[in-house]
Each structure stands twice: as structure tokens, then as C-alpha cells.
Design a protein around this ligand. Structure first.
Ligand SMILES: NC(=O)c1ccc[n+]([C@@H]2O[C@H](COP(=O)([O-])OP(=O)(O)OC[C@H]3O[C@@H](n4cnc5c(N)ncnc54)[C@H](OP(=O)(O)O)[C@@H]3O)[C@@H](O)[C@H]2O)c1
Length: 287
């Protein structure tokens, strides 16, 4: 299976699709990461709060593919953004993943001491512990602030994005600044309504694909990078098998018409801003 790539604002490359691991239990995670890499995946997305970094690290080793051919991405949580805590969180991430470097480090949320965490992240880049930096859940205002002081530019912003919530305004803002939009909940978290949309189903019939593949292809045709989550190796293989067809402009138009600005993660930003700090986990207790 051949996965196409995007060239980033720092000249490095990322596959046009990666494997998500949110809510995947350690055993399934290890198995799926290993199988996905063997089937051709080269980008694996995890985070401190997913509590599966160790399993991801084991999956990478088990795959037998050399570590330097796999792009490992993880995120630190906002309760760790204070400078000294962020430095420790980055080292702890490397240790749990069982690697001497992380390819992509993201700040998981735009709340709290973002500038301190970014300083620690930039230092990790300079020290050779991290290859590139990104953000997650940042909107235009959050990015404006960050772009005002950063010396290492984020290569991407990982946000909720799918045909029901196409992020046109943020997508345009990011494109102008050479920052890639990486889509979380790319399948609408497996939403049956989205996958059963008439447009999606009829395109699946036309191209001999599954509805999930039509939705994932929509992301790459928009220039977005989807990271569908699954604990099922057969689903992972299926999800990346989307580089042998293209939509016509008219078909792309019918998929664009599905946008209704509907998010599946519904917590309001103001509430989330305070709630996220209650999320304190014993990261090193994971299997
Ligand atoms: N930065 C953030 O704040 C944030 C938030 C949420 C998620 N994320 C990242 O984004 C990734 C994707 O999000 P997500 O996993 O929550 O949602 P998703 O990818 O939109 O949907 C996952 C659901 O789709 C199903 N699925 C996947 N492939 C399938 C296939 N080929 N056929 C049928 N069903 C399929 C999965 O079930 P099966 O397991 O049965 O395949 C699962 O129920 C996460 O894993 C995580 O890495 C980031």
C-alpha cells in the first residue's frame, strides 16, 4: 500500500493519512500499531492522556520497521505546560514511547501556560529530542498569539474536522500560513448518519470503496490529513487504501455541501478551558 505525502512548511514530509489511537486499549493498540505499520502506515498519533504511549512504542518495535521510518506524534496536556513540568513531560513521553526522539510534539489544548510549554518544546527541538512541533485545538486567535513569539513554527494544527464540520474559515487561515490541518474525528467518530449519507454511499458504490474510504478521501482532496482511529488492523488497512481514485469537482462539491458546522465534541470552549485542568492522570501507571 502506497501512502502519498504532504510537504510541510519546514521542508519535511508527512503521510497524507495516519493512525489515531484515542480510546484504544493498550493490547489492541500494540497489535493495531504494529499491523498498521507493516501494512504501510508511517504516521502514528498518540497523546499523554490516551494512556497508551507504551503500547504504541511496543507496536512500533514489534512491526520490525526501522524506527527512523516511522513518524511518532504525541501531545502534552495543559496541566503540564508550566516550563519545568513541560520539560519533564516531554522526557517522560520519550521514555514511555521507548525512543530517543519524538518526530512531532503537539500542545494538546490552547489553554494555560502555552508560551512556557512552547519554550520547552522549542528547546527539545534544539536538543534533538523532537523533530517538529504542532498544536491541537488552536483557533485563529490562539495561533496569532503563538506565531507572534515562536521561533519554531508549528507544522500543523490538529482539530475536529469531517464533512459535517469542514472548518472552512480555520482551513483558509492555516493554508495562508503554510500550516497543515490535521483532522481528528475524521469519520465523525464513526457517526452512522455521516457514513450513511446518500452522497457518501453512492460515491462508495461508484468507486467500489467503503463509505469510510469516501469520507477519508474527502479529507485528502481538501488538503487535510486525517488520522482515523481504530483498534482493528483490518479497518486500519482499509482506511489507508484511498490513493487509487479521485473525485470529480462536482462530486467534491456534493461532499462540501454536507457541511453544517456540526461538531461531535460538544463542550463549549469556556467550560472546557476550566475542565481540562481537572484531567490529571498518572501517566506512568499505564500498561
Ligand atoms: N487532539 C484532540 O483533541 C483529539 C481528540 C479526539 C481524537 N484525536 C485523535 O484523532 C483520532 C481519530 O479520532 P477518533 O478515533 O476519536 O474518531 P474517528 O477516527 O472519527 O472514528 C473512530 C471510529 O470509527 C470506527 N472506524 C474506523 N475505521 C473504520 C472502518 N474502516 N470501518 C468501520 N468503522 C471504522 C472505529 O471503530 P473500530 O475501532 O471498530 O474500527 C471508531 O469507532 C484519534 O484516534 C486521536 O488520535 C485527537
Amino acid at each position: 500500500m502506497k501512502i502519498e505525502t504532504y510537504t510541510l512548511n519546514n521542508g519535511m514530509e508527512l503521510p497524507k493519512i495516519g493512525l489515531g489511537t484515542f480510546r484504544i486499549r493498550p493490547d489492541d493498540c500494540e497489535k493495531t500499531v504494529s499491523a498498521a505499520i507493516q501494512s504501510g502506515y508511517r504516521l502514528i498519533d498518540t497523546a499523554n492522556v490516551y494512556m497508551n504511549e507504551r503500547a504504541v512504542g511496543r507496536g512500533v518495535k514489534k512491526s520490525g520497521v526501522p524506527r527512523n521510518e516511522v513518524i511518532l506524534a504525541s501531545k502534552i496536556w495543559c496541566s503540564e505546560y508550566k516550563y519545568k513540568k513541560a520539560v519533564k513531560a516531554i522526557d517522560a513521553t520519550l521514555s514511555r514511547l521507548g525512543t530517543d526522539h519524538l518526530d512531532l510534539l503537539m500542545l494538546h489544548q490552547p489553554f494555560g501556560r502555552v508560551e512556557e510549554a512552547w519554550t520547552a518544546a522549542e528547546e527539545a527541538v534544539k536538543a534533538g529530542k523532537v523533530r517538529m512541533l504542532g498544536v491541537s485545538n488552536f483557533d485563529e486567535a490562539d495561533l496569532e498569539k503563538l506565531l507572534g513569539y515562536c521561533t519554531v513554527k508549528p507544522v500543523l494544527d490538529q482539530v475536529e474536522c469531517h464533512p459535517y464540520c469542514q472548518r472552512r474559515s480555520l482551513g483558509g487561515y492555516l493554508k495562508e500560513r503554510g500550516i497543515l490541518l490535521e483532522s481528528w474525528y475524521p469519520l465523525g467518530s464513526g457517526n452512522a448518519g455521516l457514513l450513511g449519507e446518500k452522497t457518501v454511499v453512492s460515491l462508495a458504490e461508484k468507486y467500489g470503496k467503503f463509505p469510510v474510504q469516501i469520507v477519508l478521501k474527502w479529507h485528502t482532496e481538501e488538503g487535510y490529513l486525517p488520522i482515523p482511529g481504530t483498534g482493528n488492523p483490518a479497518h486500519a488497512a482499509e482506511n489507508a487504501d484511498i490513493f487509487d481514485f479521485s473525485f470529480t469537482q462536482e462530486e467534491l462539491g456534493t461532499l462540501r455541501a454536507l457541511d453544517k458546522n456540526e461538531r461531535f465534541f460538544k463542550m463549549k470552549r469556556g467550560v472546557q478551558k476550566y475542565m481540562v485542568f481537572f484531567q490529571r492522570m498518572k501517566y506512568d501507571k499505564q500498561k
